[in-house]
Design a protein. Structure first.
Length: 498
């Protein structure tokens, strides 16, 4: 099937659509009274960066640890307050573009893109090291002729494709940071983070001082954390020392090694590392994200999620758009409407922990593959729950695959435990999934999609929400033509892919 369009739309029966990325008709609904409106930006980024660790194949907290290390190095080097602020943001968002190349990594290598990325982070850049990595990571379940074809293709075009993959990642990451409202300087740092001091990095092969100075700090710090997490302290120190002056800025590498010799790595194991990292945010520039800033960051992370698969396009933004309209129609309070919209934006964060070999599979999932899919709402909850004042958003987002009769996942919650907001996000998610392209089928027209949803109403989906959806898409009940049996079959597939 053709990958989903990047247009943000609600689809109507008469063929018309509404494209409303800025939500002009509902813009006044984002004002939240009281302390619910403000969240420390660092706390928000720190929690959401856990999702980026998933898609990069790193242990949870990798971005947090990188940020802590980077700020300590920045203090040692005497960086300005403004530079430290931009470094703080860039370190948390350094992997914001990682999801955008996941499909390409899967296409080229096969297998689990997250495992591949995690392993590749410790591989040297010599041709021998790269060849050894490729051979060891070809899918063992594939027939030998197919593996040989992959190997030949990678040998012939691997360097060019790797550079393209890195360019996509870097450009996308910088763009997402800017969309989220962070500085151009933070975006440049994210773009340059995989360049090497001696010019051997990617995507542009920049050398020395041509590489952004903040990127040079992040590069060394993330490298230290990767090896510390996978190979231990001695090997991490050895690698940083060996790469200083080639991969890493000599001054940055020397400062990182000096701090490491004076107990810096012990600090990474502190149970209060989150608090310690937030305390390193520059004095006088500690930011409190207001409602508009929170929404920008949520939208940016929705884009990270949707970039993971070519078939999701703007899925999360569309779910949020539909859910917000339904929340208004059902008379929810202003604060509840905001929570519903944010839950729609962030409901699939956990899919960053699902391999693209499963997400983009064109055939029916095996039971063990579906079990991986079923974990993603739980991952979403774990990512969002630590964010101050986000308890409701986390719960609504985590419930989007629950059903009224208790047959959903991941907790098997039934109607009494499902708030109206959760029911809204669920219906919006199913509607958007049915009316969008998927690897195994084309998008359904609104009439067919709503027929399937009607067949699920009562047992699985809330009647009052479905009624509001019917009014939203202006589809009279008499036009439904899908049989209940066909609807149940299609809805089962839609539920697993939503």
């Amino acid at each position: 099937m053709t990958p989903d369009s990047d247009r943000l739309t609600i689809r109507y029966l008469d063929g018309t659509t509404t494209a409303s990325p800025n939500r002009p008709a509902l813009s006044g609904l984002t004002a939240v009274p009281g302390d619910r409106a403000g969240i420390p930006t660092g706390r928000l980024l720190g929690a959401l960066s856990t999702a980026l660790d998933l898609t990069e194949g790193q242990l949870p907290g990798h971005s947090l640890r990188t940020c802590f290390l980077a700020l300590r190095v920045a203090d040692g080097l005497g960086l300005s307050t403004t530079d430290r602020r931009d470094l703080f943001h860039a370190a948390f968002l350094k992997d914001a573009g990682c999801s955008s190349n996941a499909a390409a990594v899967t296409r080229i290598f096969g297998g689990d893109d997250q495992v591949l990325k995690g392993r590749q982070a410790t591989v040297g850049r010599s041709l021998l090291a790269q060849a050894n990595f490729t051979i060891r990571n070809l899918p063992s379940t594939e027939p030998l002729p197919l593996r040989l074809r992959r190997l030949i293709r990678i040998g012939l075009s691997g360097q060019r494709e790797q550079r393209q993959i890195e360019q996509i990642r870097c450009e996308r990451g910088a763009s997402i940071a800017r969309k989220a409202g962070f500085s151009d300087r933070a975006g440049v740092a994210i773009h340059d983070v995989h360049e090497h001091w001696d010019g051997g990095g990617q995507p542009r092969g920049l050398r020395g001082d041509a590489i952004d100075s903040l990127a040079r700090i992040i590069a060394a710090c993330q490298g230290l954390d990767v090896f510390l997490s996978t190979r231990g302290r001695a090997e991490a120190i050895r690698v940083v020392a060996a790469r200083t002056g080639s991969w890493y800025d000599p001054d940055v590498g020397a400062m990182l090694l000096d701090l490491s010799s004076r107990g810096l790595l012990d600090d990474l194991a502190a149970p209060d590392l989150v608090t310690r990292t937030m305390e390193l945010e520059p004095d006088g520039l500690v930011e409190i994200a207001d409602t508009a800033a929170i929404d920008r960051i949520a939208e940016a992370f929705a884009d990270v999620v949707d970039a993971k698969s070519p078939f999701t396009g703007l899925h999360s933004r569309r779910v949020a758009e539909v859910a917000e309209h339904l929340a208004v129609a059902l008379g929810l309070a202003a604060g509840e409407i905001v929570d519903v919209r944010r839950a729609g934006l962030l409901h699939d964060l956990g899919k960053l922990g699902v391999p693209n070999s499963i997400l983009d599979k064109p055939s029916r999932l095996e039971p063990e593959e579906f079990a991986v899919i079923q974990r993603h709402p739980e991952l979403t909850l774990r990512i969002l729950a630590p964010i101050p004042t986000f308890a409701s958003v986390a719960e609504l987002a985590a419930c989007h695959h629950e059903r009224l009769d208790g047959c959903g996942y991941f907790r098997g919650l039934a109607a009494p435990a499902l708030a109206t907001g959760a029911r809204i996000v669920t219906v919006a998610d199913v509607w958007e999934a049915l009316t969008a392209n998927r690897p195994y089928r084309a998008a359904m027209d609104p009439e067919q999609a709503l027929g399937i949803i009607r067949a699920e109403t009562g047992d699985h989906l809330a009647q009052e929400v479905v009624t509001s959806l019917e009014e939203l898409v202006r589809l009279p009940a008499a036009t439904a033509t899908t049989t209940p049996a066909a609807a149940a079959s299609d809805a089962s597939g839609a539920a697993s892919a939503a």
